[in-house]
Design a protein around this ligand. Structure first.
Ligand code: ARG
Length: 268
């Protein structure tokens, strides 16, 4: 049994403990919910590092590539610090919309549909689609219709995926069972190299098809003209960041940095 005096002392001690405990809980909750304050000049760039030479991981596991270097240069020139995060392509727009990332740099084609979801920078690179097959396989593709005879792969959420879906699957040319969707194009190419029982051909952006072909085992057998242009994505209405990226892009394109970067990643 405590006397009154002792009880009071214990209660006060308890109260003294409660305040730091609440503070600690708030800190834990904030960091768990991602609400910790990010420095105002820090930009988180989201990419999908399965798309050489625009974004890929080097031998040390670092995220590198044309887009990664270009956006880092543009933003650091504008006084920002940059962190690059590797997120699956199909998750990039949701990540932008929920504030997990500030910029998408992922060879993302500027399309009317996407313009309803985000704002784009000025275009910085043009591309079409291409068809990749395994070298030495008996896959024989000379026309778009020939694609109907094989399992066709593409990355979910991409314009290449959309082309296969709209042009081949929706028209009944390709059985939907023979359309294989991948989270990562690197996995699609790995399956292509395994053989046609896994996937017979991949529809993918033409400069990236060339990069994979340059690495060996696969080759381009068909070009599909889609007239695409890549832009960096920002949250809809973030005209401040959009303008800064556009100004930075124009400035960079006017210097030898641009030619050097193009040579570095597209020289072969
Ligand atoms: N340009 C295509 C698109 O916007 C493919 C982009 C895929 N990018 C990537 N990093 N995997 O849909």
């Amino acid at each position: 049994m405590f006397s009154w005096g002792e009880k009071k002392m214990i209660n006060t001690k308890k109260k003294l403990l409660v305040v730091p405990l609440i503070l600690a809980l708030v800190v834990v909750a904030m960091s768990l919910s991602g609400c910790t304050q990010k420095p105002a000049n820090k930009i988180i760039v989201g990419t999908s590092a399965d798309f050489p030479p625009f974004e890929f991981t080097d031998a040390n596991g670092a995220i590198v590539g044309f887009d990664v270097e270009l956006i880092t240069k543009i933003l650091t020139d504008q006084g920002y610090t940059v962190e690059v995060q590797d997120i699956g392509f199909d998750s990039l727009i949701p990540a932008l919309q929920t504030g997990k990332i500030d910029v998408i740099a992922a060879a993302m084609t500027i399309t009317d549909e996407r313009k309803g979801q985000l704002d784009f920078s000025d275009p910085y690179y043009d591309a079409n689609q291409a068809v990749l097959v395994k070298i030495g396989s008996d896959v024989n593709i000379m026309t778009e219709d020939d694609l109907a005879n094989y399992i066709i792969g593409a990355q979910t959420g991409t314009t290449g995926w959309g082309w296969v879906n709209d042009t081949l699957v929706a028209t009944g040319t390709l059985n939907s069972d023979n359309f294989s969707s991948y989270d990562l194009y690197t996995d699609a190419v790995a399956d292509l190299i395994v053989g046609p029982s896994r996937v017979g051909a991949i529809v993918i952006d033409s400069p990236v098809a060339k990069a994979f072909a340059d690495m060996g085992y696969v080759k381009i057998v068909l070009n599909i003209t889609t007239n695409e242009s890549y832009g960096f994505g920002v949250l809809k209405g973030n005209s401040e960041l959009q303008t800064k990226i556009n100004e930075g892009l124009t400035a960079v394109m006017a210097t030898s940095y641009w030619e050097d970067l193009v040579t570095k990643y597209f020289a072969s």
